[in-house]
Design a protein around this ligand. Structure first.
Ligand SMILES: Nc1ncnc2c1ncn2[C@@H]1O[C@H](COP(=O)(O)OP(=O)(O)OP(=O)(O)O)[C@@H](O)[C@H]1O
Ligand SMILES: [Mg+2]
Length: 334
C-alpha cells in the first residue's frame, strides 16, 4: 500500500545541513495501523510529511498503491492527496468557520453540489458523533471534539490513507482512548490504512499492529507490536516500554540479593492466560517466589511479564526453564 524506499530528507540550517530522515525503508500494508514512535526531534513529523509531500524528500522514493508519488507533477499530486487525509496535534481547524463549514471545505474545493455536500457532511457528523455541534465554532469545542471535526474533515474525500501526526498528544488519557477507538472503527469499516506518529507507547500499545522506532532520523527497530513488547531489542525500545510497565523495573531486583535464580518471563496471547507457573511448580522439584508481574493488553493480544525467583537443584531449575521455553514463554536469567 505504502512503500518507502531509501527516503532521506535534509534541511539547511545556516551553514549546517541537518539530516532529519536518513535512509528509511518501510512497507505499510493496506488496512494496517502502523505506528512510528520516537523522541522529540527524532524526525517523525518530517517522515510522515514526506508521505504526502508536504515535505519534499531529498532522496528516495515513496510508492502509494504502486505509483511513485515523488515523480508526480503538481496536478497528479493534488489528485493523490485526495486519497491521503491527515490530522495534527493541534487540530488545524479553520477558526473563523463553524464545524459544518470546516468539514464541507474540502468538498467545496472538489466542486460538489450543495446537496451532495450536505448529505456527506451530515453523514460524517453522525459518524464522529457531533451532529449536535454542526453550528458551533472550534473555540466552543473541547480538544476531543475538535479532533473529531478534524477527523471528519480528513475523511470527507473518502481517503485510503490517514496520517496522524501526534493526533492525540494534546488530549487527556480518556479522550485519547475515545479518539483511538474512533480511528480503529474507521480502519475496520473503511479498511483505511493509518500511519500514526506518537511519542507515547500507550498509543502504540492500544491501537497499532506494527511499530517502527525512529532515532536521529533512522529506523532502529521495527516489529509487530506484540513482538516488540515481548522482546525489545534496542535500549530505546526498552525505555519506551518500561515507561508503561513502571511497576516492574528489572533493576529493582538485584540477583545478588537473592539465593535462588532470578528469571524474567515474557509471554504472549494464550500463554499469558494459561496457569503455566503453577503447572511448572507441580512438575518440577523447585520453589517459586513471584516477585513482580503485569499483563499489558495490546490491540491484537496480551503480553505478560513476570519476575520469579526459582530455588532448588540446578538441573531441576534447568528443566523448569526448558519447560517454560516449550510453552512459548521467553525466559531470561537476570
Ligand atoms: N523546516 C525545517 N528546517 C530546518 N530544520 C528542520 C525543519 N523541520 C524539522 N527540522 C529539524 O529536523 C529534525 C527532525 O524534526 P521533526 O519535526 O521531524 O521531529 P519530530 O520527531 O517530529 O519531533 P517532535 O516530537 O518534537 O514533534 C529536528 O532536528 C528539527 O530541528
Ligand atoms: Mg513532530
Amino acid at each position: 500500500m505504502i512503500k518507502i524506499q531509501n527516503l532521506s530528507k535534509s534541511f539547511n540550517n545556516g551553514n549546517n545541513k541537518i539530516w532529519a530522515v536518513k535512509d528509511v525503508n518501510l512497507q505499510i500494508n493496506k488496512g494496517e495501523i502502523f505506528g512510528i514512535i520516537g523522541l522529540s526531534g527524532a524526525g517523525k513529523s518530517t517522515l510522515i510529511r514526506c508521505i504526502n509531500r508536504l515535505e519534499e524528500p531529498s532522496e528516495g522514493k515513496i510508492f502509494i498503491e504502486g505509483s511513485d508519488i515523488t515523480s508526480f507533477d503538481k496536478k497528479q499530486l493534488r489528485n493523490a492527496r485526495k486519497n491521503i487525509g491527515m490530522i495534527f496535534q493541534h487540530f488545524n481547524l479553520l477558526f473563523q468557520k463553524n464545524v459544518y463549514k470546516n468539514i464541507s471545505f474540502p468538498l467545496e474545493l472538489e466542486g460538489l453540489s450543495k446537496k451532495e455536500i450536505d448529505s456527506r457532511v451530515n453523514t460524517l457528523l453522525e459518524y464522529v458523533e457531533l451532529s449536535d455541534k454542526r453550528d458551533a465554532y472550534p473555540s466552543q469545542l473541547s480538544g476531543g471534539q475538535k479532533q473529531r471535526v478534524a477527523i471528519a474533515r480528513a475523511l470527507a474525500n473518502n481517503p485510503k490513507i490517514l496520517l496522524s501526526d501526534e493526533g492525540t498528544s494534546a488530549l487527556d488519557p480518556k479522550t485519547t482512548k475515545s479518539i483511538l477507538d474512533l480511528l480503529n472503527k474507521i480502519r475496520k469499516e473503511f479498511n483505511l490504512t493509518i500511519v500514526l506518529i506518537t511519542h507515547q507507547m500507550e498509543v502504540v500499545k492500544d491501537i497499532c499492529d506494527r511499530v517502527a522506532i525512529i532515532e536521529e532520523g533512522e529506523i532502529i527497530e521495527m516489529n509487530k507490536v506484540e513482538e516488540l513488547f515481548k522482546n525489545p531489542k534496542t535500549h530505546t525500545a526498552n525505555a519506551f516500554i518500561s515507561g508503561l510497565k513502571s511497576d516492574i523495573p528489572d533493576e529493582n531486583f538485584s540477583p545478588a540479593e537473592f539465593e535462588g535464580t532470578l528469571i524474567r518471563l515474557s509471554f504472549l496471547g494464550k500463554s499469558a492466560k494459561k496457569p503455566i507457573v503453577s503447572q511448572m511448580v507441580k512438575k518440577f522439584d523447585i520453589d517459586v517466589n513471584i516477585l513482580s508481574g503485569n499483563i499489558n493488553e495490546l490491540i491484537s493480544t496480551s503480553v505478560g511479564h513476570l519476575i520469579l525467583e526459582l530455588s532448588g537443584q540446578k538441573d531441576e531449575i534447568k528443566k523448569a526453564m526448558d519447560y517454560l521455553n516449550n510453552e512459548n514463554v521467553n525466559v531470561e536469567v537476570i
